[in-house]
Ligand binder design. Sequence first.
Ligand code: BF8
Length: 625
Amino acid sequence: IELKDLTICDATQQMLAKARRDGVETQFDRAAGMKACPIGADSACCKHCFMGPCRLNAKDPYGKVGVCGANIDAIQARNFGRMVATGTACHNDHGMAMLDIFRDVVQGKIKDYRIKDVNKLVSISKEIGIETEDRSVQDIAMDLYHELEKTYTQVEGELPFAKRVPPKTLEMWRKHGIVPRGAMREIMEMMSRTHIGMDQDHTNLIKQICRTALADGWGGSMVATEISDILFGTPSPVSVEVNMGVLKEDHVNVIVHGHEPNLFESMLASVNAPSLLESANEAGAKGINLVGMCCSGAEVMSRHGIPHAGNFSSTEPILVTGAVDAMAVDVQCIQQGLVKVAECYETELITTNPRCHLEGATHIELDEHNPQKCTDEIVIRAISRFKNRKFPVEIPKKVGIGVHGFSHEYINYMLGGSFRASYTPLNENIINGRIRGVAGVVGCTNPRVKQDYVHVELVRELIKNDVLVVQTGCSQIALAKAGLTSPEAAALAGPGLAEVCETVGMPPVLGLGSCVDNTRILIACSEMVRTGGLGDSIADLPVAGAAPEYMSEKAIAIGQYFVASGVYTVFGVTFPVTKGTNFEKLLFEGLEEMGMGKWGFNPDPHEMARMMIAHIDKKRQALGI
Ligand code: BF8
């Protein structure tokens, strides 16, 4: 396979070429060497009990049933439900880890972090009904902790952020009995109902699938975003360099990769510690260069303008530069393949979280009560690796400069101005047609498709057609590398969108942060409904979503919570259902008939754009605009 067919990222291409010369294997080689299992790809197999595993025939989906008699719809719905449960579990696990830190900060047990955004603490507390007048920050914060803890532990009732859902959307959820209780309860029920001999009606299972996914979007993920903003600061636009060119040959290079922002925040303190800087200088380095990757990187890029070195498919290739002295990881999207590549270049690969070890990597556990002990140790190891660098270093000289850090709060301010912060100007520009609609383009990269290509082509097509694009995660990094997150990219937008961008001075592609920050899009949608003129529920809005190169179960959970919230959501790569089945029809049509959004699938970026724009136009027409 030619390298240009694997990725449009020049830096990654250059490193893949070097990897081939060096005899180093990456996910691209492994994907080429192993065809995706066609039965699994269609979700036509079941391995939930030991009368099987059973395989059905996707070409004749109703010709056969499993040993227990389960038909293709029950099997696919159960598989889909378990993907949603896993994705929801990951985001809740992350959100709750942030909440635990928040509690210990409020109680004074953790001293390394503090409450940075008191305004946000107060406004969120107010939103969910906590008394804030004449009370101390600590008292409000403790009440907020107890209230948000319900997001995962609550046995009965509606989760706290249900209060932020537009009333019509909430009413629809209540009608179907899908307002989430606590995430633990929903995930437990999802797992139980997908056991052999449990729920075998896909039209009933779909309700628990929606409810579980909503406990992600309006639950764990939303808690992760809001608590991280309160602790580490709410993002506002900042200019950032993105791509492998952010590595510096004459510096000690430290990469943080993973998801939870606290590791990165402590690492920031460590790389700025005078004693460590001195050691780095003594080792012959000009300084310590800290950069991020994947969602860890997206969090601090948005909050502090820290350079970002690349997205998921570049995490192995970047080690091939030989310039990475340490890669510290915490949780999620840390592929085991990193261990071997790191070994080849003697890069220190260090796991830091008790729930994510890698066989063959060094584990230095991060204790939130004394986090710098861990991060200092990592920096010391990185300095020592720098001193003993044995490999020629080759850093691709590629960087894209763009603006990132568009939180919901900032969008409000940017469009409305400091005296009348609101979404009214956005809604007005949608109503007058300058902006045709809004699209969220998010998610991973996947070696089964050309890296970054589908993201970039799709976004180009959308903005050309006056669709404002909001982004998170690895997709945002793809567009940043391609230069579309800068205000100058307005030149690539259609005339209406370009005019708005030029007036406000914003790019046509707004980077909102990491994958848990997809909840910023939910909040933006809710604000658009509340502001008026665009219908009564999220399902009425001229908006659409896409994850063009997704690879993870977390992406399926995210897609499902957007669909259940009312958003048409199109995925690329492949879709885990058998074509022509009732379950496929339920996801792609039936949910919309129930008042939600619906799923779409197309691996081609231009087709994908066409489908999203057609949906936006359909919604505009229904609104009479
Ligand atoms: O949560 S986009 S590859 S890094 S799963 Fe992973 Fe996908 Fe990247 Fe962040 Ni999101």
